[in-house]
Design a protein around this ligand. Structure first.
Ligand code: MIC
Ligand code: SF4
Length: 645
């Protein structure tokens, strides 16, 4: 039997375990990336591991999330990251250089290599044929230290593309269609591989839009083959020497094949408040639009921006719409400035935003009360925009730009203007906003790591106790996101290195007094439904509950990265054997795990006693032997220190 792309890359990097779907394997990581909102914690963890110099082929730290700088906190944290990078061998991408995934695709991604990043949209690199995955900050720190990254060998699904997109139908519509078919939990435990003749009609930036938003499927990652189109892109970035061809074997077998005929696709939109709540723009109808935002790591490439500029050229943004545009990188912005497209956008009435995450993570540009906001982003979770009753629709740049002119959600395929764009044969290459680390050990030794007053210590962990008594402090429904657990936005994001301060905002959307309830209970358990912890990779969604005394989270099922983050933080991720038991537990119930340590070790079902209701339930802890060791040791940091002794 032939090999899939995913299997080829994993097998090439295997350092621990055996390749068989469902098995946990350790793989060697060639490259890492961090961004600033998760990076402060990741570099604090790296510092705690006491590693002189990172051992990866390439590690890059990007500053792109926390660029609003409403107080000293962000700038201090940036200085902290910058100083660690200089000392420990990490390249530092300064604020203004662009969004991590866009810049990494342009300047660093290499087909066939492994990449993990402390951001859930790291799979963007799959557009170049990398195996690129989102991970918790601590996992990234371990990989920088030369440690393996552990994943469950995924099932591989093939999305077979045929035909060619019609004008005004975009790569974004392809991934929205996949989300419609598979849903936000359809990708858990899976890798999505794109193939078929239709692949040849898609450029690297288009492929990257698709792999980027594959994160919303809950998939481990998504990947495209590396072919002559990949070669052309890398050549245009003056990196053709790094190109390798990477194709799946012709007789590779997939667990499922999904066929999509690109000719038949129409413009789609994900309606509030989930990325899989997809309908066609025509079906939704011409709803009035208050705001349009174009950018984010999903849709901010030169290709996207040029199409938008062509649509806006010589026209005027509708008076009731605020149009914001954030080109994804310095390279993109620079090229738009030089070829005149930026002037076309400004002329039409667009507000040009910094090349950063910005409104995608609630850092400014919140819509008006109950406002309708069309965004080319990847997430429309309730409240993420910063306006609690804002209604965010996720659309392609084409749909966004055309709707910004008409003032209503518009099916752009009615337009007849030619907006076809050719990618340049050469991009402008200027890496002067990427700082290189110290060149020699002597130079590195002289660098002092800067700690601003916003940096507070990592929450304390303890080795696993024989038994646990706790109160059920919160019960939540299916598809709870890490934005529910640990919200972001302009008021909160500056405190990503200050867990005590962050704790007051934990689960605010579900229980305004969650932090107080935890403090009263002392020892806490959270009860959740299916796909608990989907969305962002932020390990703060585990570290803050840890700080608040959460010992275990019991759910029907977990999202991949969050489950790993819980284990790394020494919080037990437990599942009901009988899903109906979820209904039997109420907030306030006194719960006991009387033999947790022994049962975890022996692999037996885990007993949960509900003292309040006088009932007993069975749970499982579906983790690997290695993860049992991590949980027993009191988390990955302690475990790694022990291993390195
Ligand atoms: C996001 O899109 O939610 C983020 C902000 O990029 C997160 C990371 C974070 O919370 O810092 C992600 O996707 O992992
Ligand atoms: Fe930044 Fe938004 Fe992309 Fe997250 S999804 S990395 S916040 S642009």
């Amino acid at each position: 039997m032939g090999l899939t792309l995913c299997e080829k890359i994993i097998k090439n990097h295997l350092v621990d375990g055996e390749y068989a779907p469902g098995n946990e394997v350790g793989i060697r990581i060639d490259q890492t990336l961090t961004q600033d909102a998760t990076g402060t914690m990741a570099y604090l963890e790296l510092e705690a591991m006491d590693i002189d110099k990172v051992k990866t082929e390439l590690s890059v730290a990007y500053i792109d999330h926390n660029t609003l700088q409403t107080g000293f906190e962000n700038a201090d944290d940036h200085r902290f990251i910058q100083s660690v990078c200089k000392k420990r061998g990490v390249r530092y991408s300064r604020p203004g250089n662009g969004i991590c995934h866009q810049v990494h695709l342009e300047r660093f991604g290499i087909p066939g290599k492994t990449l993990i990043g402390s951001d859930s949209h790291t799979p963007t690199g799959g557009g170049l044929g990398m195996l690129a995955m989102g991970a918790g900050g601590l996992d990234v720190a371990v990989a920088m230290g030369g440690g393996a990254y552990y994943i469950t060998v995924p099932e591989v699904i093939k999305v077979n593309l045929t035909g060619k997109l019609s004008p005004y139908v975009a790569a974004k519509d392809i991934i929205l269609e996949v989300l419609r078919i598979l849903s936000v939990k359809g990708g858990v435990g899976k890798v999505i591989e794109y193939g078929g003749e239709g692949v040849k009609t898609l450029s690297v930036p288009e492929r990257a839009t698709i792999t980027n938003m594959g994160a919303e499927l809950g998939a481990t990652t998504s990947v495209f083959p590396s072919d002559e189109i990949t070669y052309e892109f890398m050549k245009a970035q003056s990196r053709e020497q790094d190109w390798v061809e990477l194709l799946p074997d012709e007789d590779a077998e997939y667990s499922r094949v999904i066929d999509i005929d690109l000719c038949k696709l129409a413009p789609l939109a994900a309606m509030p408040h989930m990325p899989d709540n997809v309908k066609s723009v025509a079906e939704i109808g011409e709803i009035k639009v208050d705001q349009v935002l174009i950018g984010s790591c999903t849709n901010s490439s030169l290709l996207d921006m040029m199409k938008v500029a062509k649509i806006l050229k010589g026209k005027k943004v509708h008076p009731s719409v605020s149009l914001g545009i954030a080109p994804g990188s310095k390279q993109v912005l620079n090229m738009l400035a030089l070829n005149g497209a930026l002037a076309d956008m400004i002329d039409a009435g667009a507000r040009i935003l910094e090349s950063a995450c910005g409104p995608c993570i609630g850092m400014g540009q919140s819509p008006c009360s109950a406002g309708v906001s069309l965004r080319t982003f990847n997430r429309n979770f309730e409240g993420r925009s910063g306006t609690a009753d804002g209604k965010v629709y996720l659309v392609s740049p084409e749909t966004a730009a055309v709707s910004a002119l008409t003032g209503v959600l518009t099916d752009a395929t009615k337009s007849t203007d030619d907006i076809s764009v050719e990618l340049p044969a050469k991009f402008i290459i200027n890496d002067n906003m990427i700082e290189m680390p110290a060149a020699t050990p002597e130079e590195a030794a002289e660098v002092e790591v800067y700690y601003g007053p916003n940096i507070k210590p990592f929450p304390k962990t303890e080795p696993l106790a024989d038994s646990i008594s706790a109160t059920a402090v919160l019960k939540v429904a299916d598809n709870i996101t890490t934005d529910h657990i640990m919200p972001a936005g302009a008021k909160i994001l500056p405190y990503r290195s200050n867990i005590p301060h962050l704790s007051q905002f934990c689960f605010r959307q579900c229980d305004e007094n969650f932090a107080e309830h935890c403090k009263e209970a002392g020892s806490c358990i959270i009860i959740g439904g299916n796909n608990y912890g989907q969305g962002s990779s932020r390990e703060h969604a585990a570290l803050v509950p840890l700080y608040l005394g959460v010992k275990a989270v019991i759910t029907k099922s977990f999202a991949r990265i969050h489950k790993a983050n819980l284990v790394n933080a020494s919080i037990l991720p437990l599942n009901f054997v009988n899903a109906d038991d979820y209904d039997k537990i109420s907030v306030g119930d006194k719960l006991i795990l009387p033999k947790i340590k022994e049962e975890l070790r022996s692999g037996a079902d885990i007993t949960l006693v509900n003292e309040t209701k006088n009932e007993e339930y069975k749970l499982i802890c579906d983790v690997s032997e290695r993860q049992i060791d991590i949980l027993t040791a009191g988390g990955l940091l302690d475990y790694t220190k022990e291993e390195n002794k």
